[in-house]
Design a binder for this molecule. Structure first.
Ligand SMILES: [Zn+2]
Length: 274
């Protein structure tokens, strides 16, 4: 998109903007008190806080496979030379805080752009299994954990996202986040297949989320939770951040999903509104 004369045009535009701003300042100063424009009526803001549930993604962020993740910003235009800065991204889909679209495991499942946007704004239910996970790295969220949560907070609301808070994001930056043993097996918590099937079949849940690298617990070799969940054309979220900062129920999750045609997932910006 950089055409000849682009740099000059950008400089001209910047100079013109500065001129307009200065002129506007003078006019505003001269007419202060006259022509007061009232605020437009904004939609009511029904939340008091926005919490970022997203880790910053960079080359150091660990991957499930243990290989160096592929996040590279290649500078293709510079302000000095072209008048604006632009990178070409080289990136794999399932890195950092990210979305698993159904198409990740399901040949018939929705790819990113096909996910109904209505499902991406959901009540957020957070199940805290930090105590269990501290005692057992291979802990799997059980039906009993869901029932214990419901005994305190009530039945899971329709169209919600159920997130596991295992405390694992505290291990980010250490080997414990992947927790690979000498046989190459990983050890971190996830959902049990029974819990995933319960949420799929007995409750009305849009998505499940984890603060680890996989919906399945670390040692899984059959990815049964991924299969059971994504084949039902629901989405998942992995490596979610800051779940300690949201209540067990009451927040609304906004999944800023990438909308790239045919994508099976990708880095997402997750925002919890409280
Ligand atoms: Zn994934």
């Amino acid at each position: 998109m950089c055409v000849e004369g682009c740099h000059k045009a950008v400089q001209k535009a910047i100079a013109r903007r500065e001129f307009i701003e200065t002129a506007a300042g003078v006019v505003a100063g001269a007419t202060l008190g006259a022509n007061v424009i009232e605020d437009a009526t904004a939609a009511p803001r029904n939340f008091t806080k926005a919490i970022d549930l997203t880790h910053t993604l960079n080359k150091e962020f660990p991957t499930y496979g243990g290989t160096e993740n592929y996040v590279e910003l290649e500078k293709i235009y510079t302000i000095e030379h072209d008048g604006y800065l632009m990178y070409k991204w080289h990136i794999t889909e399932h890195v950092g805080t990210h979305l698993d679209a159904p198409a990740h495991f399901s040949p018939e499942g929705n790819s990113c752009e096909e996910i109904d946007v209505e499902t991406l704004v959901t009540p957020l239910a957070v199940i805290n299994v930090k105590t269990q996970a501290a005692l057992n790295s291979d802990y799997q969220v059980s039906i009993a954990d869901i029932e214990a949560w419901e005994n305190v907070h009530g039945r899971l609301p329709d169209h919600c996202c159920v997130a596991m808070n295992s405390g694992w994001s505290d291990h980010l930056g250490t080997d414990k986040f992947r927790n690979e043993d000498s046989q190459g097996s990983l050890h971190f918590p996830g959902f049990s297949i029974e819990a995933a099937e319960f949420l799929r079949d007995k409750r009305n849940v849009n998505g499940i989320a984890v603060d680890t690298l996989s919906l399945d617990y670390g040692p899984s070799i059959d990815f049964s939770v991924h299969v059971a969940w994504l084949l039902s054309n629901r989405w998942g979220l992995e490596a979610v951040a800051n779940l300690d900062d949201v209540p067990p129920i009451g927040a609304t999750l906004v999944v800023g999903s990438p909308k790239i045609e045919n994508a099976t997932g990708g880095p997402a910006r997750l925002i919890a509104l409280i």
